[in-house]
Write a protein that binds this ligand. Structure first.
Ligand SMILES: NC(=O)c1ccc[n+]([C@@H]2O[C@H](COP(=O)([O-])OP(=O)(O)OC[C@H]3O[C@@H](n4cnc5c(N)ncnc54)[C@H](O)[C@@H]3O)[C@@H](O)[C@H]2O)c1
Ligand SMILES: [Zn+2]
Length: 251
C-alpha cells in the first residue's frame, strides 16, 4: 500500500531535485480508458500483441495489422489525458531539467501539454514507409481514423505505409536511445505504470539508479520493477501522483 511516509519521502526528494526523469508505460493511460497490453481489454480478436506487433505479421497480413491499429487509434481518439498525465505535464514546466521517456504510443502525454517527451516506441499517430523508400519526411503525422484504404499509401512511393511504432524485434532509433540515456543522469527517476518486462526500456531505471538517481516506482502491482527501486508506491498513477502533487503544494 502507498503510505503517507512514502508520499512525503518522494515529495522531499522532488523538492530538492533539479533533474527529474520520468519513465512511463501503459498503466499511466489505463485511467484514460486505453487498455494495457497485458491487462483486461488488451486483446483484440483474441490475438496477443506479440502476434500482431511484428514486421513478420505485417508482411504476412498488413491489412490485419492495420485493422488492429485502427481499432487502437479509434479508442485513443475518444480518450483524454488523466490526472497522472496532468501532474507530469506540470512537472515538465516546473523542473529546470525534466525529461519524460514514455513507452506509450498513444500521444496522451503530449496532449496534456508535457514538454520534453521522448517517445521510446514511436507513436500510433505517425506513419512511415514500409518499403523504406527514403521519401521526405521519413515519418509523418496522420490522425485520419479510419483510413479510406488499408494499408494507407506512402506519399513518397505509393507503396504501403506502416504504423510509426517500434515493433517487437525492431531496434530503438539510436538517437532516441542516446537522448534517453542522457536523461538517466538525474536526481529523481520516477517509474510509473510499466510492467518493466520489455527491454531495453525495462533496463533504464536500474541504470539511472547506478548513476546515483533516487528511483521511485508507482504501480498497483508492487512487484513490477521493485528490484531497481529505492521506493515503491503501490497504487494507481492517477491517485499517487495527485497525492504527491498535493504534498508538494502543502509544504
Ligand atoms: N497506451 C499505450 O500507448 C500502450 C498501451 C498498451 C501497450 N503499449 C506498449 O506495451 C509495451 C510495454 O508495456 P508496458 O510496460 O508499457 O505496459 P504493460 O501492459 O506491460 O504493463 C502495464 C503496467 O501498468 C500497471 N498499471 C495498471 N493500471 C495502472 C494504473 N492505473 N497506474 C499505474 N500503473 C498501472 C500494471 O500493473 C502493469 O505493471 C510497450 O512497448 C508499449 O509501447 C502501449
Ligand atoms: Zn514509400
Amino acid at each position: 500500500m502507498t503510505t503517507p511516509e512514502g508520499i512525503a519521502g518522494l515529495a522531499t526528494r522532488l523538492r530538492r531535485a533539479q533533474r527529474v526523469t520520468v519513465l512511463t508505460g501503459a498503466g499511466v493511460s489505463a485511467a484514460s480508458g486505453v487498455p494495457t497490453f497485458r491487462g483486461p481489454g488488451g486483446l483484440w480478436k483474441d490475438f496477443r500483441p506479440e502476434e500482431l506487433a511484428t514486421a513478420a505479421a505485417f508482411s504476412r497480413d498488413p491489412r490485419l495489422v492495420w485493422e488492429w491499429y485502427e481499432w487502437r487509434r479509434q479508442r485513443v481518439a475518444q480518450c483524454a489525458p488523466n490526472r497522472a498525465h496532468e501532474v507530469l505535464a506540470a512537472w515538465s514546466r516546473r523542473y529546470p531539467r525534466f525529461t519524460l521517456v514514455t513507452q506509450n504510443v498513444d500521444g496522451l502525454h503530449e496532449r496534456a501539454g508535457t514538454r520534453n517527451v521522448i517517445r521510446f516506441h514511436g507513436s500510433i499517430w505517425e506513419l512511415g514507409c514500409w518499403q523504406g523508400c527514403g521519401g521526405s519526411p521519413a515519418r509523418w503525422t496522420d490522425d485520419t481514423v479510419p483510413f479510406p484504404e488499408l494499408p494507407p499509401p506512402c506519399p513518397g512511393c505509393g507503396g504501403w505505409a506502416r504504423p510509426g511504432v517500434v515493433w517487437f524485434g525492431e531496434p530503438i532509433d539510436p538517437s532516441v536511445l542516446a537522448e534517453a540515456d542522457r536523461a538517466l543522469d538525474c536526481d529523481v527517476c520516477l517509474v510509473a505504470g510499466t510492467s518493466s518486462v520489455v527491454y531495453p526500456a525495462a533496463g533504464l531505471a536500474g541504470e539511472a539508479r547506478r548513476r546515483g538517481a533516487y528511483v521511485a516506482v508507482v504501480n498497483p502491482d508492487a512487484s513490477a520493477g521493485a528490484e531497481d527501486a529505492d521506493l515503491v508506491l503501490a497504487g494507481n498513477a492517477e491517485d499517487v501522483l495527485d497525492e504527491v502533487e498535493a504534498a508538494l503544494a502543502g509544504a
